[in-house]
Design a protein around this ligand. Structure first.
Ligand SMILES: Cc1cc2nc3c(=O)[nH]c(=O)nc-3n(C[C@H](O)[C@H](O)[C@H](O)COP(=O)(O)OP(=O)(O)OC[C@H]3O[C@@H](n4cnc5c(N)ncnc54)[C@H](O)[C@@H]3O)c2cc1C
Length: 291
C-alpha cells in the first residue's frame, strides 16, 4: 500500500469540514474492512484518508421518538449484542450475525456496509424490510432519505462525494414488527450471499390476514430491492403456507439476478422463491410468539 496523508475527525461536523477542505480525492475510513482491501489493490493511493472512527455522534444505538437510531459507526458485532436491537428489531441482529467472522464483525460498521453499495450486503434487506431511513450530512446541511432510495446502483449510493452517512433510523412504526432474515451462500460461514431475503409483516388478529407485508431481496439485482408484487399479493390475504409459497414464486419473478461462477441466474431465482417463503414463515412464527 502506498503512503497517504491521514486526517481524523471527532464528530460528523468536523468530518464534513475536512471532506470539504480536502476535496473529492479524500477517502473516508470507518472500520476499514472494505477500504483497506481496495487501497491495497488500487494502482494509486488517495491523497488523503479521513478517519471517522472516533466521530462520537456517529456511534451508539438509542430509542428515540422517531424510532431506533443506529449510528453509522455501530459495528456488526455491536448490532448482534445490543439489547435494544434484540428487543425492537431482532432481524437486524440476525442479519449482522451472518456477516464475515468475528474479526470482521468487530471492525466493520453498519454505515460502511451500506455505503459500499454491494448488492449482496447483509444489512440492506433487513433494514429495507423495516423501511429504515438514513441521515446524510454535507456542507449543505443534513437530509434524510429512505434506504431503498439511498441505493442507486451496484456500488453506487445517493451520497455526494462531500457527504457522510451519519445514522440509520428504523421508524417507530416498524419497531417490534415481526420479521425474518435468511441468507444462502456457498458455505455456512464467511460467505457472501448468493441470495439474501428479509420479510417483515403484521398479522391482523381478527382476520388472521397479512398486513403491511414487506419483502426485500439482496444479490439478485443491481441494488437491494423490494418485491412489491409479492407484497401486494399478500396484503389482506389469509395467512397460509400456500400464500407464502405463492409470494415466494412471485418474488422470484421480480428478481433480476445475474449468473456467474458462483451460481446461475435460474438457481438464484429458485433461491429467492424458497428463502422468501421461509423468511415469511419465520416472521409469522415470531408474530405468533409475540401474541
Ligand atoms: C473477510 C470479510 C468478510 C466479509 N463478509 C461479509 C458478509 O458476509 N456480508 C457483508 O455484507 N459484508 C461482508 N464483508 C464486507 C464488510 O465487512 C462490510 O461491508 C463492512 O460493514 C464495511 O464497513 P467498514 O466500517 O469496514 O467500512 P470501510 O472499509 O471503512 O469503508 C467502506 C466504504 O464506505 C465508505 N464509508 C464508510 N463509512 C462511511 C460513512 N459513514 N459515510 C460515508 N462513507 C463511508 C468508505 O469511504 C469506503 O468507501 C466482509 C469483508 C471481509 C473483509
Amino acid at each position: 500500500m502506498r503512503a497517504f496523508k491521514l486526517v481524523s475527525a471527532t464528530d460528523s461536523a468536523q468530518a464534513v469540514a475536512l471532506l470539504a477542505e480536502h476535496g473529492p480525492g479524500v477517502k473516508v475510513l470507518a472500520g476499514g474492512t472494505d477500504l483497506l482491501v481496495d487501497l491495497k489493490a488500487a494502482p494509486e493511493a488517495p491523497a488523503v484518508v479521513l478517519d471517522i472512527s472516533r466521530a462520537a455522534d456517529m456511534k451508539g444505538i438509542a430509542a428515540t421518538d422517531a424510532g431506533l437510531r443506529i449510528g453509522a459507526l455501530v459495528t456488526h458485532g455491536e448490532l448482534t449484542r445490543s439489547p435494544l436491537v434484540r428487543e425492537l428489531a431482532p432481524v437486524l441482529a440476525e442479519a449482522a450475525r451472518t456477516i464475515g467472522a468475528v474479526q470482521t464483525r468487530n471492525l466493520g460498521t453498519l454505515g460502511g456496509n451500506l455505503v459500499s453499495g454491494v448488492p449482496s450486503m447483509d444489512s440492506g434487506p433487513a433494514l429495507i424490510a423495516l423501511e429504515a431511513r438514513v441521515t446524510v450530512a454535507g456542507p449543505r446541511g443534513t437530509r434524510t432519505l429512505g434506504l431503498a432510495e439511498f441505493f442507486v446502483g451496484p456500488r453506487r449510493t445517493a451520497l455526494a462525494p462531500d457527504e457522510l452517512l451519519v445514522d440509520v433510523v428504523v421508524p417507530a412504526a416498524s419497531l417490534g414488527k415481526p420479521a425474518g432474515f435468511l441468507k444462502s451462500g456457498l458455505r455456512k460461514g464467511q460467505a457472501l450471499a448468493l441470495v439474501n431475503v428479509a420479510a417483515a409483516l403484521w398479522i391482523d388478529p381478527d382476520r388472521g390476514a397479512f398486513r403491511a407485508p414487506r419483502i426485500a431481496l439482496g444479490a439478485v439485482a443491481p441494488t437491494v430491492i423490494r418485491a412489491p408484487r409479492a407484497e401486494a399479493y399478500l396484503e389482506g390475504r389469509a395467512v397460509t403456507a400456500e400464500a407464502m409459497a405463492e409470494a415466494g414464486r412471485i418474488a422470484a419473478t421480480e428478481a433480476r439476478p445475474i449468473g456467474d461462477f458462483r451460481a446461475s441466474a435460474d438457481y438464484r431465482r429458485e433461491l429467492v422463491a424458497v428463502l422468501t417463503r421461509r423468511a415469511l414463515a419465520a416472521a409469522c412464527d415470531r408474530a405468533e410468539g409475540a401474541q
